[in-house]
Design a protein around this ligand. Structure first.
Ligand code: T1G
Length: 691
């Protein structure tokens, strides 16, 4: 099938792109587009060309799957040079999204028409890149650098209405964008030589330069590890200081260097891993999700309130249920206050808050869940409590309603067994704060119906989450690996490291917080309760809790928080307590480098990830990385624990684990069979498909 068809609308030629699913600019599409431009320009009966597209996107950008492979001609910049320097006007008809290279195609045109649903953006920054086909040169020339730079820095698309206001498009038409583009093309043809975006300098004023430099300074101060922000600044600055040709050459050189950077490779890997995670064995397009028109959430605590907000934010009416009026009033007020922070920050209007609050109906008693299409339980993390609730819901909820638990580690099969409808029961594990964190672990117990899983996936996407289907093992995927890291962190304290050293090693790696600061924030008593419920212990962590040092909420935990401070200070009493624990275990303490601490924290996580793959609790290694990137703030430019393990080398990790197991006597540190096998075969995780 040709990816470009050329038709005539009178004397105007229309090239329609058709490269499903999103018209990514593959080598074939680039070649066909270039040929269509040549053909239109060579035809004496043609006075102008329109570039249009079929499908949900105008053009979603370069074909990301081609990066890192040998480039195939024609390269996009060459195709865009032929468009901009075409002897006749070329107009873009944009319906759907014009992203990355897609917007760069439109920028190389001499005019642009869009429909109201169109969105235009340069998201390359999110892939660790910068625009590589003229975006950093042509967009500033069209709308000014002070407007163009923030668009490229955020990577967020703008709606057509804003694009019109900025001058990024010439016309916004309610319908028949192609017809409107043909009309504009005719007008431009009548005017003679087409005006080239690349030739404009009127927007690049001294004031624009000053505004850009101020924005650039601010961006550089926050760019951290990422090399593409300085590259973006340098490329856009070239629009002021260089000719178009020189600016395009500088942009290309910066772009090519970034494509080869490991951090961009990790971000591009994560892009595909997230989409592959949505492909679940046994759940294909033939499995139709059940309709969800209204929801109910049981429990108006932090999690339940956050989950209710997710529904309200997606425009789905939700009943928020508690056991008493006092509890529901408290929970409902907390939701209003949480929205209030957004209103105060200016990221939400008062009207938007009221619209969302109107979608949340507070209620007392489970009977209020009777009309819900889905009920999500977010009550106390105790099996008896959950079984009682699900038993009651079984009698109350309407036939066909889906009953989900937000449990973070309990057995969904045991919860489902409390009902007469186990096929309608599964886990939907949100991450705190539920209205913010993107990850949604969908826990699939053995007896759940396929359409129930499909419904949870579709609903997760509707709520703006990243759904990952996981097996019903203890702690599922994320918390099971987190527990491996928590045990490793405790081991490090006993062996000689101090809390601030362990935390600094992880924040130096790119995490926002280390394990001990995070535990102090969440409350050390949560882990303490869980360990006691399972008959487990952790000498240092338990000793802190026995003293009531639960963390920020008690003013001290691993650190001190004087006067309610949010950032902890070292606590000599804690460090003395740690030394006592080491002595009581006969351990002679030693110091650890940050590299040693990292290996001792992360290798056991990878080992647990390998076991999760072996057991089929995760379908693929990319699912595990998607969990950690979206639920635990694993640094995005490191691609996730399994991607990181490959970059270290599985054989290196196996050797380190063997040594740790020997030194600590902890058999759980012995390399998992899958890890050992892949290392021995010189393979990586990504050849593994658990199904
Ligand atoms: N390249 C290759 N495949 C892509 C793709 C792309 N740019 N975008 C989407 N896909 C695939 C995706 O993997 C999935 O495949 C299917 O299309 C549907 O995607 C030179 C260098 C366009 C808003 O970063 O934001 O241009 O799983 O599930 O939710 O300067 O896809 O079906 O096999 O996401 O409707 C810049 C990335 C590239 C845009 C549609 N462009 N894409 O969302 O569908 S770099 C981007 C998106 C660049 C230039 C630079 C979204 C979407 P499969 P989907 P969706």
């Amino acid at each position: 099938m040709p990816t470009v068809t050329l038709a005539r609308h009178g004397e105007v030629a229309v090239a329609t792109l058709d490269n499903p699913p999103v018209n990514a600019l593959s080598a074939t599409l680039r070649g066909d587009l270039a040929a269509a431009v040549v053909q239109a320009m060579a035809d004496p009966a043609v006075t102008a060309l329109v570039i249009a597209a079929r499908g949900k996107a105008f053009i979603a950008g370069a074909d990301i799957s081609e990066f890192g492979k040998p480039p195939v001609a024609p390269l996009l910049p060459e195709v865009l040079e032929s468009v901009e320097n075409a002897g006749k006007p070329v107009v873009a008809a944009i319906e759907g999204v014009a992203l990355g290279g897609g917007l760069e195609v439109a920028l190389a045109c001499h005019g642009r028409v869009a429909s109201p649903a169109a969105k235009l953006g340069l998201p390359e920054i999110k892939l660790g890149l910068i625009p590589g086909a003229g975006g950093t040169q042509r967009l500033p020339r069209l709308i000014g650098a002070a407007a163009a730079f923030p668009m490229m820095l955020s990577g967020e698309p703008i709606p057509a209405q804003k694009a019109l206001a900025l001058g990024l498009i010439d016309r916004l038409v309610e319908s028949d964008a192609v017809g409107a583009a043909v009309a504009l093309a005719r007008e431009l043809a009548a005017r003679g030589a087409p005006a080239k975006t690349g030739g404009r300098t009127d927007r690049l004023t001294a004031a624009d330069r000053e505004a850009f430099e101020a924005l650039a300074k601010e961006a550089l101060a926050k760019s951290g590890e990422m090399p593409n922000v300085p590259a973006l600044v340098e490329a856009v600055r070239g629009a002021f200081t260089l000719t178009l040709a020189e600016g395009l050459a500088r942009e290309r050189a910066l772009f090519v260097a970034l494509v080869a950077d490991e951090r961009s490779k990790a971000l591009r890997y994560a892009f595909f891993a997230e989409r592959e995670a949505a492909k679940v064995p046994g759940i294909d397009d033939s499995v139709k999700p059940r309709p969800i028109a209204r929801a109910a959430v049981i429990g108006a605590g932090t999690m339940g309130g956050g989950i209710a907000m997710c529904f309200a934010n997606a425009g789905i009416p939700v009943t928020l249920i508690e056991t008493s009026q006092q509890q529901i009033d408290k929970g409902h007020a907390r939701v209003r206050d949480t929205y209030g922070f957004s209103v105060k920050r200016g990221s939400m209007s008062e009207e938007a808050r009221e619209r969302r609050m109107a979608l949340i109906t507070p209620a007392v008693g489970l009977a209020a869940a009777a009309e819900a299409d889905i009920v999500i339980e977010a009550a106390f993390e105790e099996m008896g409590v959950k079984r009682e609730i699900f038993g009651a819901l079984d009698r109350i909820a309407k036939p066909g309603a889906i009953l989900a638990s937000n449990t973070s580690y309990l057995d969904l099969a045991e919860i489902a067994a409390a009902t007469s409808r186990p096929a309608d029961v599964l886990g939907m594990h949100f991450f705190s704060p539920a209205n913010v964190m993107k990850l949604l672990e969908i826990v699939r117990p053995a007896g759940v119906a396929a359409d129930v899983v499909a419904t949870a996936i579709a609903l997760g996407r509707r709520l703006g989450k990243v759904p990952v289907v996981v097996g019903n093992g203890f702690g599922f995927v994320g918390n099971r690996m987190l527990e491996a890291r928590t045990r490793a962190a405790e081991r490090l304290l006993v062996a000689g490291a101090l809390p601030h050293e362990v935390d600094a090693a992880l924040t130096g790696f790119g995490f926002k917080m280390g394990p001990f600061a995070m535990s102090d924030l969440a409350g050390n008593d949560i882990g303490w309760r869980s360990r006691k419920a399972r008959g487990k212990s952790a000498a240092v962590a338990d000793a802190l809790c026995e003293r009531g040092w639960f963390g920020q909420k008690t003013g001290r935990g691993y650190y001190r928080y004087p006067g309610g401070a949010r950032t902890g200070e070292r606590d000599p009493e804690v460090e003395a307590l740690i030394a006592e624990v080491s002595a009581s275990k006969g351990v002679s303490r030693r110091s650890f480098t940050a590299e040693e601490i990292l290996a001792r924290l992360l290798d056991p996580m990878v080992n647990e990830g390998a076991r999760i793959l072996e057991e089929g609790v995760a379908t693929r290694a990319g699912d595990i990385d998607t969990v950690w990137l979206n639920g635990y703030n694993w640094p995005a430019w490191r691609g996730g624990p399994m991607h990181w393990a490959e970059s270290v080398g599985l054989d290196v990790i196996v050797r380190r684990l063997e040594r740790q197991a020997r030194e600590s006597g902890d058999a759980s540190l012995e390399p998992a069979p899958l890890l050992r096998r892949l290392a021995a075969e010189g393979k990586g995780f990504f050849a593994v498909r658990a199904i």
